[in-house]
Structures are given as structure tokens and as C-alpha cells.
Ligand binder design. Structure first.
Ligand SMILES: C[S@@+](CC[C@H](N)C(=O)[O-])C[C@H]1O[C@@H](n2cnc3c(N)ncnc32)[C@H](O)[C@@H]1O
Length: 190
């Protein structure tokens, strides 16, 4: 499984919004979901995507997508899927809203710790990191790639990561970062 965390500082944590941009840049979240989960005409079969929403009114929220053919996702209505998941959130337990689509109250720090406790290497995407082309297959295969929103990851969080990976000196949209990582792994057959 290719595993990713997308961190959004301002994405709304309730489902009562209409304007994607005003909902804490939910437009970027939608692009991230599409680029993480899809290739032309089909869903990727090997993706585990975590989204952390830290916006008002009820942060933090952890939405999780484990790719499978039964996810009821249409590229035309990703926002609708996010809303339906947010409406179903339960304060006390993780809910599987649709097959492979989960929501729970969980912070970024707790999620990262849990993944590391399971033996995963968390790798933050950062222009100052190690060139992805120089990272060996074995390490890339075990990485959980951590990607920030349009404002980037909070400085205090960046400092906590020992693994930093770069995809070049140019700064890409978060959603483009997913495409580039997927392409690198596709080319390597990892
Ligand atoms: C639009 S960028 C964030 C821009 C923000 N102003 C900043 O400087 O961090 C969104 C995310 O994509 C990732 N990213 C973008 N370009 C990258 C690159 N060349 N190498 C590694 N990660 C990159 C980073 O994780 C970043 O937080």
C-alpha cells in the first residue's frame, strides 16, 4: 500500500458548507483525493490516504480512504463524499461511513505516532529534503508521505520529522506532489 497523509490547517470539520474555497480550501482537498486515488479511467488499487482537518468548528478530524472498488466516489462529487463523512463523525469512535472511508477524531501527532509504532517511516515532503530519486526502493516502499496544504506544514511539526524528501526545488501544488510521487513509484515498480 502507498500511504499518504495530507495535513490541512483550515479545512472545515463540519459538513455545513457550500463554497469549497471558503470551507478552508476544500477545493485543494478534493484535488488531493482525486490525484491520490485515481489514474485515467480507474481507481488505484494500492492507496491508503489520511486527511487531517484542523479547521473550525470541531478539530482535529481524521478522514481515511483505503482504495477499493466499492468506494462510492465520483470525481464530479468528491466534496459531497467529504460532507457525508463529516456529518457522520462520532466523538467517541471511528466510523466506516462507506466501504474504505473512515472518520474519527484524531490529531496529526497521534496519527503519526501510531503509524511509526506500526513500523512505518514517516517522510515529510519538503523542498529541503533528500532528492526522492536518491532514496532507495526499500525505504520508499515503507514511507508514509506527509504533505502540507497551501500554507505548508506548521514549522513546529516539520522539526519533529527526521526523514525529509524533496521532489525538486520548485514548489508544487499539494495535489501535484501526489502525482509526482506516484509517478516515481510507478516508474520504479515499487
Ligand atoms: C503548495 S505547497 C506549500 C507551499 C507553502 N507556501 C510552503 O512554502 O510550504 C504544498 C505542499 O506540497 C509539498 N511540496 C511542494 N513542492 C515540493 C517539493 N518541491 N518537494 C517536496 N515537497 C513539496 C510540501 O509538503 C508542501 O507543504
Amino acid at each position: 500500500m502507498r500511504e499518504f497523509i495530507y495535513y490541512s490547517k483550515k479545512a472545515r470539520t463540519s459538513g455545513n458548507w457550500k463554497d469549497l474555497k471558503k470551507a478552508g480550501r476544500m477545493d485543494i482537498v478534493c484535488n488531493v483525493i482525486i490525484q491520490a486515488l485515481f489514474i485515467s479511467n480507474k481507481m488505484r488499487e494500492d492507496v491508503h490516504l489520511h486527511l487531517i482537518f484542523n479547521g473550525a468548528p470541531n478539530p482535529p478530524m481524521h478522514l481515511e480512504f483505503v482504495s477499493n472498488k466499492d468506494i462510492p466516489i465520483s470525481k464530479k462529487d468528491v466534496a459531497g463524499l467529504i460532507k457525508r463523512m463529516l456529518y457522520k463523525c462520532n466523538e467517541n469512535r471511528k466510523i466506516e461511513v462507506f466501504p474504505g472511508c473512515f472518520i474519527e477524531k484524531k490529531s496529526f501527532a497521534k496519527l503519526v505516532k501510531e503509524l511509526e509504532d506500526k513500523g512505518k517511516e514517516t517522510c515529510i515532503l519538503d523542498t529541503k529534503g533528500e532528492d526522492i530519486r536518491k532514496v532507495d526502493d526499500k525505504k520508499l516502499n515503507n514511507c508514509v508521505f506527509v504533505i502540507g496544504d497551501h500554507e505548508g506544514l506548521p514549522r513546529k511539526e516539520i522539526k519533529k520529522f527526521k526523514n525529509k524528501v524533496s521532489i525538486g526545488k520548485k514548489i508544487y501544488f499539494a495535489s501535484q506532489t501526489f502525482i509526482i510521487i506516484h509517478n516515481e513509484l510507478d516508474l520504479r515498480g515499487v
